[in-house]
Design a protein around this ligand. Sequence first.
Ligand code: CUA
Length: 325
Amino acid sequence: MNEEFALFPESASTAAPIVDGLYTFLVLLSAVLTIGVAAVIIYFAIKYRGGSAAFRGGGGVKTWVEVTWLVAPLPILLLIFLWGAKAAFYMHRVPDDAMQIDVVAKQWMWKFQHASGQREIDTLHVPVGRPVRMRMISQDVIHSFFVPAFRVKQDVLPGKYYETWFEATKPGEYRLYCAEYCGTNHSRMKGVVVAMTPTDFEDWLSGETADETPVIAGQRLFEQMRCDTCHRGGGQQSRGPALEALFRKQVPLVSGENVLADEAYLRESILRPAAKVVAGYEPIMPAFEEQIDEEGILSLIAYIKSLGSDAPGPTPQVEEEGPTP
Ligand code: CUA
């Protein structure tokens, strides 16, 4: 059947069976309760109809009935809670080995960039059997990244990074929608996710003309905007803090607090450096707000990440194509 008219979307990701299991359980439970209540209504309507000989006196509801309907739903509701929490954790914890795609949403398109540089608009190629992390931001208004076949939906707002992930389980073409009303052409803000076998995906990647990788583009921007004047690196004492091995490090601030150098912190420090000044430095860095677009910021962050990370365990995946600093 045509996907658009199917009752349920195809099930094509590792999250799909988890979501579908919970969904089916909730539908069946609702059906059982609805049918049960309807049956009792009909039974009582007949039994106590006007003029029937049914007994209408008596001393109210018995205690055991009260206790039963209060206690019986408890384990069922707890089960729904635990099941839902498990599904939510699964869908929100991005596996460490996920490959990363940068996503910029704007009126009215989805712009993607692979870590190896290839750019796509409204079409996204991914391999099956590998977790894919979508790091997303909007350039204007609220959008929502929605791939029904993967059971993935994530709102994307301006000013902050959002992430979601999926692992496609079978090759095919799956529809991508914007699921948040975002202006005149909202209904046309859609595309397709093409899931391919790993070999087909490699073939596709090597056949595409790759743009600069985000890391290289970031390095170019870094030099172009003269960031290196202050962030000289190489361990020298300079006017700005060193960026080597900064990613995921705890950074001491002038306020006495510490902050984790994650993507949100790097983004804020590029756009509004005065917000969190590193201990031992003066707030002399100019704000780059409105001077650099979202893709530029993503590249700069990719470059800073390529300078090393303080993270224990596997380092983020973008580094592999990076230049040696
Ligand atoms: Cu973007 Cu609706």
